[in-house]
Design a protein around this ligand. Structure first.
Ligand code: HEM
Length: 449
């Protein structure tokens, strides 16, 4: 009888485990450099340790697709998002399995293209307000300003279509919570967070304040005691039903709180970073900026942009796509293997953390000719590159639910602001790779057009 020979899965190459902690410190000091070095030295898959956690860096787009799409059932979200439950509860970003599927089904319709178009007016209104607040030749903290602008937009669309005071109060409470939240990512947190240290007391107080504000807004929408006309996302979450069980009751207040918090948090810093990196790149590439201004002048003809202009602003979209290629706001994603898995003949044990890095795939010369060059024109060219050579919004069943929202917002903000202003470099940013990729310390000068 003929026997089929099945080769044993190969061990994954990676840096020596000795001395313990060496990889961890290199990774913490400069994760982007660490990733680049690991791929260069070990290839498309590498093993290393982050403290006690065994981690695998997976760089080939086909293998990334396997982790995010084909074999997604074998993985849960990584450690960082699991810890984020302390702030986000059990919302879309952090829930798993059947619970996630049900919530996703229920909430998805709120983010369809047609729904998102209803928020376009608020996006342009805030962008017009912002561009009117800028003085000529002022030095601007672009990252801070884009953060405030994106927060105001997501705050208004989520919590109050026309009740500014609610949006402002939630924004203040959220800012406090986010500022105190950094501590949640300290190694060994599980062992110390119950101690009555001032830092943990502050985190708890910030979350309690945020809960009070959000639950009050939910309560008012539920009982119709506010001026919001039902067009904001909280009202829509209250009305949402699972399409597979439409007669079932809607979400509880606690669920709506978790989803609202999740959308708020997931929806503002990512967009703010995408906008900030885009201004930084435009500042260094005046010929791209000139072409962008030409398109905006031609399409808008001096008027304010509307949602109908979005599909016509093709070069504007390419500028943003190219900016998110070079500086993806989500620069890596983590998944925890819940059972053993084999990737291209390499075995990954249960419990391992698998990292799929946008930072490497988006700059890989195999898929991107002259990968370091900012060239929006490449988006109009035909290409055979694999699908997961570019995945700024993730993929599979966990793909960003706000993708259409983010594209609409980024295109409208860029067009509205660039209609009146250019920004020239004053101080280049440092790349800060934390949960998102932030341009830290970016300062630019406003030049009227
Ligand atoms: C440029 C802007 C944005 C980028 C780059 C981005 C990126 C991402 C990525 C990579 C994921 C997947 C995370 C993972 O699988 O581990 C994600 C998920 C998510 N995003 Fe976004 N996002 C952006 C804007 C937004 C906006 C505007 C919203 C809401 C208004 C939003 C809401 C969410 C939610 C709720 C999830 C979780 C989806 C799920 O697991 O079912 N995002 N985003």
């Amino acid at each position: 009888m003929a026997t089929t020979f099945v080769p044993a899965p190969a061990a994954v190459p990676g840096p020596s485990r000795w001395p313990p902690g060496a990889s961890f410190f290199k990774f913490r000091r400069d994760p982007l450099r660490f990733f680049v070095d690991a791929q260069r030295t070990y290839g498309d898959i590498a093993r290393f340790s982050i403290g006690p956690q065994e981690a695998y860096l997976v760089c080939h787009p086909d293998w990334i697709e396997d982790v995010l799409v084909t074999s997604a059932k074998k993985f849960h979200k990584g450690v960082v998002l699991q810890r984020a439950r302390r702030l986000l509860g059990n919302g879309l970003l952090t829930s798993e399995g059947k619970e996630h599927l049900k919530q996703r089904r229920t909430i998805q319709p709120l983010f369809h293209r047609q729904q998102v178009q209803r928020f376009a007016e608020a996006m342009v209104k805030h962008a017009v307000r912002w561009r009117g607040s800028i003085a000529p030749h002022a030095t601007i903290d672009i990252t801070g300003e884009m953060g405030a602008l994106a927060l105001a937009i997501v705050g208004e669309t989520l919590f109050a279509s026309n009740v500014q005071a609610d949006a402002d109060e939630v924004r203040d409470a959220l800012t406090g919570a986010v500022q105190s939240f950094g501590v949640m990512f300290l190694p060994g947190l599980e062992y110390v967070e119950k101690l009555p240290l001032p830092v943990f007391v502050r985190v708890r107080q910030a979350r309690e304040r945020l809960d009070r504000v959000i639950l009050r807004v939910i309560n008012e929408r539920r009982h119709g005691t506010s001026d919001a006309a039902g067009g904001d996302l909280v009202s829509m979450l209250l009305a949402a039903r699972d399409p597979e069980n439409p007669s079932e009751a809607g979400m509880t207040d606690a669920q709506i709180r978790d989803e609202a918090m999740t959308i708020f948090l997931a929806g503002y810093e990512t967009t703010a970073n995408a906008m900030s990196w885009t201004w930084h790149l435009l500042g260094g590439h005046p010929h791209v900026a000139a072409k962008l201004h030409d398109e905006i002048a031609h399409v808008l003809d001096g008027g304010e942009p509307t949602v109908e202009d979005v599909p016509k602003l093709e070069y504007t979209r390419a500028v943003i796509a190219e900016s998110m290629r070079l500086f993806p706001p989500a620069w890596t994603m983590g998944r925890l293997a819940i059972e053993p898995h084999t990737i291209a003949g390499h075995s990954i044990p249960a419990g391992a953390l698998v990292l799929v890095p946008q930072w490497l795939a988006h700059r890989d010369p195999r898929w991107w000719p002259e990968p370091e060059v900012f060239r929006p024109e490449r988006w109009a060219e035909k290409s055979e590159r694999p699908k997961y050579a570019y995945f700024p919004f993730g993929g599979g069943s966990r793909i960003c639910i706000g993708e259409a929202f983010a594209w609409t917002e980024a295109i409208l903000l860029l067009a509205t602001i660039a209609q009146r202003w250019s920004f020239t470099p004053v101080r280049p940013p440092q790349i800060e790779a934390r949960i998102t990729l932030r341009p830290h310390g970016l300062r630019m000068q406003s030049v009227p057009r």
